[in-house]
Every structure is written in structure tokens, then in C-alpha cells.
Design a protein around this ligand. Sequence first.
Ligand SMILES: [Zn+2]
Ligand SMILES: [Zn+2]
Length: 279
Amino acid sequence: MNELLFPHEPTIRLGVFAGIFAVMALWELAAPRRHQKIGRLTRWPGNLGVVAVDTILVRLLFPTAAVGVALLAEARGWGLLALVPAPDWLAVLASVVLLDLAIYLQHRLFHAVPMFWRLHRMHHADLELDVTSGIRFHPVEIVLSMVIKLGVVAALGAPAVAVLVFEVLLNASSMFNHSNVRLPQSLDRVLRWVLVTPDMHRVHHSIVRRETDSNFGFNLPWWDRLFATYRAQPEAGHLGMTIGIPQFRDPGELRLDRMLLQPLRADDRATSDDHKPTN
Ligand SMILES: [Zn+2]
Ligand SMILES: [Zn+2]
């Protein structure tokens, strides 16, 4: 399977990314969830600029990346899964689910540890949400996430195909659940049992701290329910809620250079009582 799949890896990644991006961007135009006060022209240059920086950096620092580590682990018999006799399909499924749990826990860590929050808060400083918010992460957060992921992949001994499936899924679901699309409420309710929906993740981007401290999941919604961080809706409603964090409200902060320097700015959560966790 590996010999068949991996020569096409870049095409698969780029194809899914471009396809989902285009579908979500058009869907947002056809059926927007919220009226956006700050439009694409103001937000997209910074958001897409940081994606370009992230992509170049990861290619330079991790030329073989997580799939490379998985292939190495497979060849050497590393990791927990090598100890458990299981059919290939089960090892792939278990790896995808466990990698998703790792990402959930990592997301909680990035909110809880002040040094990591300085990096992750750039993702939360977007003043509206759409498909580009789902790929708007600070380059240092991207590098740190990659190092953590390499460790998890090696420790699990995750099959390379599982790592590729997981990374492609995460990229696609992040663009989906950050998008500004309107889904019928009945569909949202059903989808939420298997997938993080845009309405579910939007709660996490609320300016209200107790709402930010909920719905950390990216792919599977189960971790939030299991670890009691699930919150169904924002108090002010999806149309009335304010998106972002109190610290960066000036639209000038949406410029690429400001975004990149945001981790160096003081942490106002550390000094202000209003934004301390409430649950
Ligand atoms: Zn977050
Ligand atoms: Zn988010």
C-alpha cells in the first residue's frame, strides 16, 4: 500500500486542500451563517500570508515530516501498536482516533500554559471566522505541533497511511469547522455526534472566556463530551456573539507582520481578572 500511495502524497494533500478550500469559500458566499463586519479583503491577505510562511517553514525544517517518521517506525517496529497483534485496518483506525485525541489534549495545553497561549492566541485573534481561519496558525505553533506529532507517531508506531489520512482529514475538517456556512439545525444536531461542526467550533472562538475554554476538538466531537469541555451554543447566539479575544480588537492586528509579532506582546490574560477561567 505504501509504495502505491506515497509517490502521490503531495498531489493528494494539495488536491484535498484546494478542493475543500474552494467548496467552503463558495458555500460561504451562497449560504453565510453570520454577516461579517470585517470582510475577506481585510482578513485574507494576513491569513493566507501566514499559511504561505507555515508551508515554507515546515518544508524546510521537516522535509520528511510525520509520514517519514511513521515509515521509519514501521520499518524498525517501533511503538505501542507493534506490541499488539491487530489487523492493518484496525491499526489504521486506532491510530487516526488516537492522533485526534493527542491533538485535543495538545489544544488544551496550548490554552492552559501561558507561553503556549501566546502562540495559539494568534489563531483566536481573527475577528471573524471563515475557511481561512482554519489554517491561520502562528509558524512557531505549527513547528511545535509538528514536533509533538512526530513524538506521538513514533510512540504509537502509527502506520504511515494513518498519518497521511489523519493529516489530510485534519486539514479538511479545520477548514470546514471554521467556515461561515449555514447548515440546517437538524443536520448540525446529527453531524455533531460524529464531527465537529462550524456551530460547535464557533463557540470556542467566543470572546467570553468560559466559552473559549470549551469545544477544543478539531475532528471528533467525543473528546469534549468525555472530558466535560462541551458547550452546545454561545450565550449570545451565533449571530449576536463576538468573535476573537479581548486583547487584539484593532483590525490593524490582522496584518501579517502584526500577526507574526503577537506572541511577543504581553499576556493580558495574566493580569486581568475578567478573563480568568470560570469553570
Ligand atoms: Zn483554541
Ligand atoms: Zn479554531
